[in-house]
Design a protein around this ligand. Structure first.
Ligand code: ATP
Length: 232
């Protein structure tokens, strides 16, 4: 029996006014796989992630996420994914626990509390579970964003710059979340500038440049030299 890949992107274009943020990206990712999205500032990684999360519509091209067409079924896409955006997404006056409550309610999750508590502990946010996030450091906010993306064990986990400003324990907790997601058969896409961590977290790598995919390979093949050559 054949199965459809968890994520299919064909000739994706995203335009914001005069800016073509994504200019013909192709990407396929399977269940149980983790794929790193790499590329210089402005290469189109976050915009591609936003389309995969169902929060920005494709201007042209074909995008299917867990069987849902991003152009016509953005709600279906949102239900299938867990998304850690590159910035924002948190309510400054709410606590981590309230963020979890809201997320669980929106997704009609029964019995989420034990998993929520466990994730907060793994990301060392247990002690601040009832403190408003407005005063959180950048790294603490990033860690909470990963927790929120992972809470409902989504079919497709999208982590946009999850390591940005995060300390080594937070990095380890994030790597563990990626490994757990893969082990239960989820598809993971992770954008980062950190080649070493991309290699550690992911088996596949895709490099974007100027809104185009310039390479797709096994992560192990992405040597420092190869990566630098692809960025130029
Ligand atoms: N809402 C928007 N309006 C106008 N231009 C945008 C918008 N979002 C992104 N862009 C532009 O699209 C291009 C790609 O941006 P994107 O954020 O996807 O890149 P990135 O690879 O994630 O970069 P970084 O590594 O700096 O986060 C950039 O030129 C950016 O300025």
């Amino acid at each position: 029996m054949t199965h459809a890949p968890a994520v299919v992107v064909r000739d994706l274009h995203v335009r914001f006014g005069d800016v073509e943020a994504v200019a013909g990206v192709d990407l396929t990712a399977e269940a149980g796989q983790a794929t790193a999205l790499l590329g210089r500032n402005g290469a189109g990684k976050s915009t591609t992630m936003k389309v995969l999360a169902g929060v920005v519509p494709p201007t042209a091209g074909e995008v299917t996420v867990a069987g849902h067409d991003a152009a016509t079924d953005a709600l279906g896409v949102k239900r299938a994914v867990g998304y850690c955006p590159d910035v924002g997404g948190l309510v400054p006056r709410a606590t981590p626990w309230e963020h979890l409550q809201l997320s669980a309610r929106l997704r009609r999750m029964p019995d989420w509390e034990d998993r929520g508590r466990d994730l907060l502990e793994r990301f060392e946010l247990g002690d601040v579970a009832h403190r408003v996030v407005g005063g959180f450091s950048h790294g603490m906010s990033r860690r909470l964003s990963v927790v929120l993306a992972a809470l409902h064990e989504p079919a497709v986990l999208l982590l946009d710059e999850p390591f940005d400003g995060v300390d080594p324990l937070g990095v380890d907790a994030t790597l563990e979340v990626v490994a757990d997601a893969r082990a239960r058969g989820a598809c993971v896409l992770l954008s980062t500038h950190l080649r070493d961590l991309a290699l550690e977290a992911c088996g596949e790598a895709v490099v974007l440049r100027g809104g185009n995919r310039v390479a797709a390979m096994q992560a192990g093949e992405l040597t420092g030299e190869a990566y630098r050559a692809l960025l130029d």
